[in-house]
Design a protein around this ligand. Structure first.
Ligand code: ATP
Ligand code: MG
Length: 441
């Protein structure tokens, strides 16, 4: 919660800011004009405003503030005996009023009540939209008990702010689920901020998460906000959390514990209200045993675990997913695809899906682009899927993945950037796979 004190008396202003700065992110300005100017740049939740601001009239300032942000809560501070003035202000949209000298207990109570009211209005707003559409829920396809259970969990956790850890192989839909949680939560009016932790080198990751002051390191030419600050009141999605270095893990633990951090190169703590959702395809418990992942951080992140099973363990979802992607890409590309023939579908059902839903999506997209028919045929499917999907014996997942990567590499003439793009994986991940799967030119 961010509070702004608008008070022309410097002593009074400092006293108010001082009394509340432990509990809230609070700052002060000396005039109505300064307040209006600031509110055009920054979002605040609550305004504590003196009615007698010298030059400007309190009611006018209030109206201007509400024009900028109709949802902001304004609490009026007025001289004792000037209740008439306060009543007017309330008629004009102020939330409540307090008389001078300010009773701190009463002030804190009024703020608390204001916050509750604000949350309630937000909740109502969400309930209203919920009737119309189901957020990300509509895009999550699957009738397997596994997916239905995941959806139940999403619905249950979304109304709270608890930390969620999403576990699942690559391409199972971890980011999709994280978004569904955010967009069905009370935080939906605030940002969903993803961070691909594995894609960044250690030092850049910290700069990205916490931000930095000008001159904090070579190249820091101007101050920058970190993702934690940007995600204030919203959700921070830490993707590939298993890959972050131990030094950053320590800092992360502290933010989770205290909801407070410092920018690189600064010792001024910044308070934030951020819900953290993290995801990984790594066995974190094993990483803990190896000493590359902190156990205390694991427990902090893993308050609510959501496990998304691989597609090969919920093959009953494949048919619905095929239909969904045929429609999606048919519309996108402008082709009317009526369906898929039974032989082609059989092949897809038999395939082992090492790349999970993402791989299925890519294959359907490719089929829609390639096909000359309005019903997808086996010929429209990639060779790897054909050979492994047709084969009676079960190949290993690694082998199928290897075939698929080899095919893509061949197609792009071993252009790693292009291949990584087609495979929708990071270039470094591709390099690693080439090495681990012993793929040679
Ligand atoms: N149940 C589902 N219904 C519809 N689409 C899905 C489903 N699961 C995944 N997808 C789609 O598959 C693709 C991959 O999903 P997502 O990016 O969420 O996976 P991920 O688990 O984060 O993968 P990675 O670990 O590789 O980052 C996305 O385009 C997503 O929309
Ligand atoms: Mg992802």
């Amino acid at each position: 919660m961010k509070i702004l004190v608008v008070e022309d008396d410097n002593v009074q202003r400092d006293l108010l800011v001082g009394a509340l700065k432990k509990e809230y992110n609070i700052s002060g300005v000396p005039s109505g004009e300064a307040a209006v100017e600031l509110l055009q740049r920054e979002v605040y939740d609550i305004i504590l405003m003196d009615m007698n601001l010298g030059t400007t009239d309190g009611i006018t300032t209030m109206k201007e503030i509400h024009k900028i942000n109709p949802e902001i809560i304004i609490i009026i501070i007025t001289a004792y005996g000037n209740v008439e003035n306060a009543v007017n202000a309330i008629k004009e949209g102020a939330y409540d009023y307090l008389t001078k000298p300010i009773d701190l207990t009463k002030l804190k109570l009024t703020i608390k009540r204001a916050i509750e009211t604000k949350q309630l209005t937000q909740e109502n707003k969400i309930l209203k939209t919920e009737i119309g559409e189901k957020y990300g829920f509509d895009n999550i396809i699957g009738n397997s008990t596994a997916i239905q259970e995941v959806l139940n969990q999403v619905a249950r956790v979304s109304k709270s702010s608890s930390t969620v850890l999403i576990l699942g192989e690559s391409g199972t839909g971890k980011e999709l689920i994280a978004k569904a949680i955010h967009y069905s939560s009370l935080r939906t009016a605030y940002p969903f901020v993803p961070v691909a932790c594995a894609a960044l080198p250690d030092t850049l990751l910290e700069a990205e998460l916490f931000g930095y002051e000008k001159g904090a390191f070579t190249g820091a030419q101007q101050e920058r906000k970190g993702r934690f600050e940007i995600a204030d009141k919203g959700t921070l999605f830490l993707d590939e959390i298993g890959d972050i270095p131990l030094s950053t893990q320590v800092k992360l633990l502290r933010v989770l514990q205290e909801q407070e951090f410092e920018k690189l190169g600064s010792n001024k703590p910044i308070k934030v209200d951020v819900r953290v959702i993290s995801a990984t395809n790594q066995p974190l418990e094993q990483r803990i045993k190896e000493g590359t992942f902190r156990e205390d951080l694991y427990y902090r992140l893993n308050v609510v675990p959501i496990i998304i099973p691989p597609l090969r363990e919920r093959k009953e979802d494949i048919s619905l997913l095929i239909e969904h992607f045929l429609k999606k890409y048919g519309t996108k590309i402008g082709k009317t695809i009526e369906g898929i023939n039974s032989e082609a579908k059989e092949i897809l059902l038999r395939y082992n899906w090492p790349g999970n839903v993402r791989e299925l999506e890519n294959i359907i997209e490719r089929a829609v682009v390639m096909t000359r028919n309005n019903i997808i045929q086996p010929d429209d499917l990639p060779k790897t899927v054909l050979t492994t999907g047709k084969a009676k014996d079960n190949f290993s997942i690694e082998y199928m993945e290897k075939l698929h990567i080899e095919e893509v590499l061949k197609k792009t003439n071993w252009n790693l950037t292009k291949s990584a793009e087609l495979l929708k994986i990071h270039r470094n991940t591709l390099r690693e796979k080439i090495r681990n799967l012993h793929i040679v030119k």
